[in-house]
Design a protein around this ligand. Structure first.
Ligand code: NCD
Length: 305
């Protein structure tokens, strides 16, 4: 593995191997001094051209736990405002001694282009509505740790599929690991075509609810026009929101997930988000271990973890 750009590039065995490594790093993170020397002397650079809380910070935390140094490129105060191109920007970050670049960009394919321009590994931290592979890995890890396997599970991904790189990454990872994935959304929030996706599609959350093991809620992407295609947020909540009442109709051991940031009161009710059974914060914690596994794999550190 030279880069991590797209879940489509990974076999089921690759996915399982990364999750196994991440399980090991969960143990490291639970130690009194959560630090291993595996990537000492390496420099991990993050360049996020789109907003991020979880992804960028958890890559930083992952790099530091592995004893790598970190550099953070901040687009807002950079020479982008002088018209510098993406190519010149990432070549500059490499020339400064970055050993790996984690990049998020609003354009589909941006990380892939960077991987062509650079000689260091590139990790896609989200490219437009296309891919967000480390989110899929952490979501798969959270499910695997809860249920022991994804094999045979019924998973619904609910909401703004059209604008969601999380949905595109997760449905590939979940189905490669043996789960059955159902997309639940109104037609206006589905992509133009999804014929070659390994999924079932439903427009009724209430219909599929009783059979689900995992309900994966997506954020309505208002910044990408997600809220403009239904009459009101209240109507969205009525049909697709995870309310307390819907939660009570799920199987006893079913879990509710969300990648964050949450629109509380829209796709997820406060009571559901704050329920100790919700996996939302567990997903965030496991994100650090998953990103350690990815950095470790790509930078080929010696294993003394
Ligand atoms: C997601 C993203 O940016 O793709 N957030 C995340 O990384 N946890 C989901 C979203 O913004 O809705």
């Amino acid at each position: 593995m030279r880069h991590l750009l797209d879940i489509a590039d990974l076999s089921p065995a690759d996915l399982a191997g990364l999750l196994d490594d991440a399980d090991g790093f969960v143990e490291v993170l639970a130690r009194p001094i959560p630090k291993v020397p595996a990537l000492r002397g390496k420099t991990v650079t993050t360049a996020f051209f789109e907003a991020s809380t979880r992804t960028r910070l958890s890559f930083e935390r992952a790099a530091k736990t592995l004893s790598a140094d970190t550099m953070t490129f901040a687009p807002g105060t950079s020479s982008l405002s002088k018209g510098e191109s993406l190519k010149d920007t990432v070549l500059t970050l490499q020339a400064m001694g970055s050993d790996l670049l984690v990049m998020r960009h609003q354009a589909v394919g941006a990380a892939e282009r960077a991987a062509e321009w650079l000689s260091i590994p590139v990790v896609n931290g989200g490219d437009g509505a296309h891919q967000h592979p480390t989110q899929a890995l952490l979501d798969a890890l959270a499910i695997r740790r809860r249920f022991g396997t994804l094999e045979g599970l019924q998973i619904a991904i609910v909401g703004d599929i059209r604008h969601s790189r999380v949905a595109r990454s997760d449905l590939l990872a979940f189905s490669k690991l043996g789960a059955t994935v159902t997309l639940v959304a109104p037609r206006t929030l589905l992509p133009v075509t999804f014929a070659d996706w390994p999924v079932r599609v439903s427009s009724s959350l209430d219909e599929v609810l009783p059979e689900l093991d995992v309900v994966y809620l997506l954020r309505v992407q208002t910044e990408r026009g997600g809220a403009s295609v239904f009459p009101s947020l209240a109507e969205y909540t009525t049909r697709f929101g995870m309310t307390r009442e819907r939660r009570s109709r799920l199987k006893r051991d079913a879990v509710v997930m969300h990648p964050g940031p949450m629109n509380r009161g829209v796709e997820i009710a406060d009571e559901v988000a704050d329920d100790p059974d919700a996996l939302v914060l567990e997903q965030v914690s496991l994100g650090v271990a998953v990103r350690m596994a990815v950095l470790f794999r790509l930078l080929g550190g010696e294993s003394d973890a």
